[in-house]
Ligand binder design. Structure first.
Ligand SMILES: Cc1ncc(COP(=O)(O)O)c(C=O)c1O
Length: 385
C-alpha cells in the first residue's frame, strides 16, 4: 500500500515525467479524433481517439499509481464508469449493493439495469453479516461505497472482500468520498476502485469525469474493451484538468480533512444541530473502523438540524461562503439538501428508511479559512430560527 509520504510525492509526479520532444513538464493536450497511418494497419499504436488517447493515458496511469493498481480506465463521468462496470455482468446476475449509495448510482441500478434482467439487493453493509444474508447463488458483484453518500456509513472493505472472494464475487468500491490519498480499497482486497473524478481528484469543480482502477489483467482487458465499445470516454481537456488537479491532491485532502474535523467538532456541540456524522469523531458508530481503514475523515460532514424543513431551508439560504450547490470535493465549500437535491431520485420511502430526512444537510468542506467557514455556519444557524 502507498503510504502518506509516498502519496505526497506521487500526487505531484504520477502518470507523467516530461514530454520527450520538448521537455514540457505538463502533458500535451492532444485535440485529435484520429491519427495518420503510414500504410493500412501500420500506425504508432494510436488509431482512433475513442480507442487510444495519449492525454487520457496520462490520467489513467496517474490514478492507477495513486490507487496502487496496474490499470486505470477513464470515463466521461462517474455514472458512465458505474454503468460500464455493470456491463461486466449478464442478464440473470445479482448484485449486492450498499443501501446508502449515491442517488444516481441507485438510479442506474434500479431504473436501467433491473429492466435488463440484472437483480439488485440493497443492504446495510455497515454490518458485514447483512452481505451474507443478501447473497444468492446468482450474486456476481458486491458494490460498496464507503463512506456512503450522504449518511457517511462505512463498510469494512477487508472483511467484505474476504467474504466475497470465498463466494467468487467481484468487489467494486466507490472511493469518491475519500480519494486515494485517504483510502486504497485495492490494498484491502477489492478488485476494482471507482471514482467520480468530478469530485476530489479534479478538485476544482471544472470538469465531469469518472475512472476505474484494477490490478486484475483480465478485468482490465475487459474494461478496456467496454470503454472502447460503449464509448463513454472523457475528452482530452477534461483529462488534462483532472491530471492537473491531482498534483495538489495531497495538499487539498490534508486541508479538507483538517477543516472538516474542526467544523464537525464545532457543529456537533451547536444547540441547533440534532445529529452529526463524521467518521473520525468519537460519536460516529464506526469510528474504530474509520481509523483503521482510512488515513483521515475527509471533507464531508452530514447533519440533521433541529426544527423542520423551513429551518433547514432558511439555514441553506443564509450561508454566504458555503455555496448552495450539488456536487462535492472542490476547493470551495458547498452545502446541499440531499432530499431535494442530490438524492431526489431515491423514492421517498427509501429515503426515509436511510435517514435522509427533511432537515438533513450535507457539507462539502473546502480549503478556505476554517474561521471564516465556522463564522458563516454560525450566522446562518442564527438566521434559521
Ligand atoms: C459517491 C459518488 N459516486 C459516483 C457519482 C457519480 O459521478 P458523476 O457525477 O461524475 O457522474 C457521484 C456523484 O455525485 C458520487 O457522489
Amino acid at each position: 500500500m502507498n503510504d502518506r509520504t509516498q502519496l505526497d510525492t506521487l500526487a505531484v509526479h504520477a502518470g507523467f515525467k516530461a514530454d520527450p520532444i520538448t521537455g514540457a513538464v505538463n502533458p500535451p493536450v492532444y485535440f485529435t479524433s484520429t491519427y495518420i497511418q503510414e500504410e493500412p494497419g501500420k500506425h504508432t499504436g494510436y488509431e482512433y481517439a475513442r480507442t487510444q488517447h495519449p492525454t487520457r493515458e496520462v490520467l489513467e496511469k496517474a490514478v492507477a499509481e495513486l490507487e496502487g493498481g496496474t490499470d486505470g480506465i477513464a470515463f466521461a463521468s462517474g455514472c458512465a464508469a458505474t454503468s460500464t462496470l455493470i456491463q461486466l455482468l449478464k442478464s440473470g446476475d445479482h448484485v449486492v449493493s450498499f443501501d446508502d449509495v449515491y442517488g444516481g448510482t441507485r438510479r442506474i441500478f434500479e431504473q436501467i439495469y433491473t429492466s435488463l434482467g440484472i437483480d439488485f439487493t440493497f443492504a446495510d453493509l455497515s454490518n458485514s453479516d447483512n452481505f451474507d444474508a443478501a447473497c444468492t447463488e446468482k450474486t456476481r458483484m458486491l458494490w460498496i461505497e464507503t463512506p456512503t453518500n450522504p449518511m457517511l456509513k462505512l463498510a469494512d472493505i477487508r472483511e467484505l472482500s474476504k467474504r466475497a472472494k470465498e463466494r467468487g464475487i467481484l468487489v467494486v468500491v466507490d472511493n469518491t468520498f475519500l480519494s486515494p490519498y485517504l483510502q486504497n480499497p485495492l490494498s484491502l482486497g477489492a478488485d476494482i476502485v471507482l471514482h467520480s473524478t468530478t469530485k476530489y481528484l479534479n478538485g476544482h469543480s471544472d470538469s465531469v469525469g469518472g475512472i476505474v482502477v484494477t490490478s486484475n489483467p483480465e478485468l482490465a482487458d475487459r474494461l478496456r474493451f467496454l470503454q472502447n465499445a460503449i464509448g463513454a470516454v472523457p475528452g482530452p481537456m477534461d483529462c488534462y484538468l483532472v491530471h492537473r488537479g491531482l498534483k495538489t491532491l495531497a495538499l487539498r485532502m490534508q486541508r479538507h480533512t483538517e477543516n472538516a474535523m474542526q467544523l464537525a467538532s464545532y457543529l456537533e456541540a451547536h444547540p441547533k444541530v440534532d445529529t452529526l456524522w463524521y467518521p473520525w469523531l468519537e460519536s460516529h458508530p464506526q469510528m474504530a473502523l474509520a481509523r483503521e481503514q482510512t488515513r483521515g475523515g475527509g471533507g464531508m460532514i452530514t447533519m440533521t438540524l433541529k426544527g423542520d424543513l423551513e429551518n433547514a431551508r432558511r439555514f441553506l439560504c443564509a450561508v454566504s461562503i458555503f455555496a448552495l450547490a450539488e456536487s462535492l470535493g472542490g476547493v470551495e465549500s458547498l452545502i446541499e439538501h440531499p432530499a431535494i437535491m442530490t438524492h431526489a431520485s431515491v423514492p421517498a420511502k427509501e429515503r426515509a428508511q436511510l435517514g435522509i430526512s427533511d432537515t438533513l444537510v450535507r457539507l462539502s468542506v473546502g480549503v478556505e479559512s476554517v474561521t471564516d467557514l465556522r463564522n458563516d455556519l454560525d450566522q446562518a444557524l442564527a438566521a434559521a430560527y
